[in-house]
Ligand binder design. Structure first.
Ligand SMILES: [Zn+2]
Ligand SMILES: [Zn+2]
Length: 389
């Protein structure tokens, strides 16, 4: 039985096995299920039983192409690496000295635990940790980005630093819990990095999960108007339900820059959050934004993108990339969700058992049945197995 020295457990309520099921990445696009030991939390760490994990576009990047995962200093293939980073669960074991959390507490988890000792970590920008991925060989910088540089959530149990935990109330379902960090990323983009205040105007380009959460968070923060652009009417409709004042389908309205300006009284908007990764999107964004406005780049582009630098300079436009969910923005996003300021469950479309991860990935990748957020759950297997017996 799992009983490491110095680790608190409660086997009566939360039994922990020594071995768990875990998906591992082989060659690009190849996942197989295997057994792995349940890891032991160290100082300031807990063991989380994973109750639900969502599939993110970045997981697909990692599984099929590799970056931004960085395993033992390189590509993540054939290294017994378990991807998956958008998970939530229940704390089932406490590492030495942990009294900030109790066994049985439900948590969403931020992805990045910075090293805590570099310049950016000290500034609270732990998603930009200068020791990113430096945890191999003789080096242990204490950095974790589960599903990127350390094992992630396509399994049953994972280790998390207490600084990555966001307690969630019972009114937030497991599926909604996986979206807390997605909303936290939108919050980090708009407020901590962007400086948005109430009454400013925002255009979000690309209604994927981050884009839709950016709409919801912007509206909850008092932005006016909030405009969403994209190509799929069903997703634009969800954007409206999450708070978009106007949506633009760029298939029907190809001159999206003029349309966004028209929707904001002829001037550009104060902020553009670029979530589409379209090749033309960056130049569109710098033309949609007003003079002195800000453009947040939140999508991983596949190729180098030409940019009209002179336009940016002439118009004093600020541009910034965003990686993840720094400065505890996730806790403030969770507060919005706790207050039901927006309904993140609108972007959750499908749930599959953990054993069916390849099917779940196919739904997410090929957008089968208009899939947006696809979740897998290990406990669902248990329920179904019982029913089958
Ligand atoms: Zn993600
Ligand atoms: Zn650091």
């Amino acid at each position: 039985m799992y009983a490491p020295p110095g680790v608190k457990t409660n086997h009566n309520e939360f039994p922990i096995p020594d071995i768990q099921r875990a998906w591992v990445l082989g060659d690009p696009g190849q996942l197989s299920i295997t057994n792995k030991p349940v890891l032991v939390p160290k100082r300031a760490e807990v063991l989380v039983r994973i109750d639900a994990v969502a599939i993110c576009a970045t997981d697909l990047e990692i599984i099929y192409h590799g970056p931004p995962a960085l395993i033992q200093g390189g590509l993540p293939f054939n290294k017994n690496f378990t991807p998956g980073h958008e998970y939530m669960g229940t704390i089932v074991a406490l590492g030495p000295g942990v009294d900030e959390y109790k066994i049985g507490t439900r948590v969403a988890v931020e992805i990045h635990a910075g090293c805590g000792q570099c310049k950016r970590c000290r500034e609270g920008m732990y998603t930009s940790c200068h020791n990113y991925g430096l945890n191999y060989g003789d080096v242990d910088k204490g950095h974790r980005a589960n599903g990127f540089t350390t094992d992630g959530g396509f399994c049953e149990y994972q280790i998390n630093h207490i600084n990555t935990l966001v307690e969630i109330p019972n009114e937030i379902s497991d599926e909604e819990g996986t979206l807390v960090v997605t909303a936290g990323t939108a919050m980090y983009a708009l407020t901590e990095l962007g400086g948005l205040v109430a009454g400013e105007s925002v255009c979000v380009t690309g209604p994927g999960p981050i884009g839709l959460m950016a709409v919801a968070v912007a509206k909850a923060l008092g932005a006016q108007p909030v405009i969403l652009t994209g190509t799929r009417d069903n997703r634009l409709q969800i954007g409206k339900e999450l708070g978009a004042d106007a949506v633009v389908n760029i298939r029907r309205t190809p001159d999206v820059v003029t349309e966004v300006k028209r929707l904001n009284g002829g001037k550009g908007v104060d902020y553009v959050v670029e979530c589409s990764a379209a090749t033309s999107a960056v130049n569109d964004a710098v033309r949609m934004v007003n003079r002195g406005g800000r453009v947040c780049l939140a999508a991983f582009a596949h190729e180098e993108v030409p940019v009209d630098v002179a336009h940016i300079v002439r118009n004093n436009i600020y541009m910034y990339g965003i990686r993840g969910e720094g400065k505890s923005a996730t806790h403030r996003a969770e507060a919005f969700m706790h207050q039901k300021r927006f309904d993140a469950t609108k972007i959750h479309t499908h749930t599959f058992p953990l054993d069916d991860l390849p099917t779940a990935i196919r739904y997410a990748k090929d957008r089968v049945e208009d899939a947006i957020k696809v979740v897998v759950k290990a406990k669902m297997d248990a329920v179904q197995n019982e029913a089958a017996e």
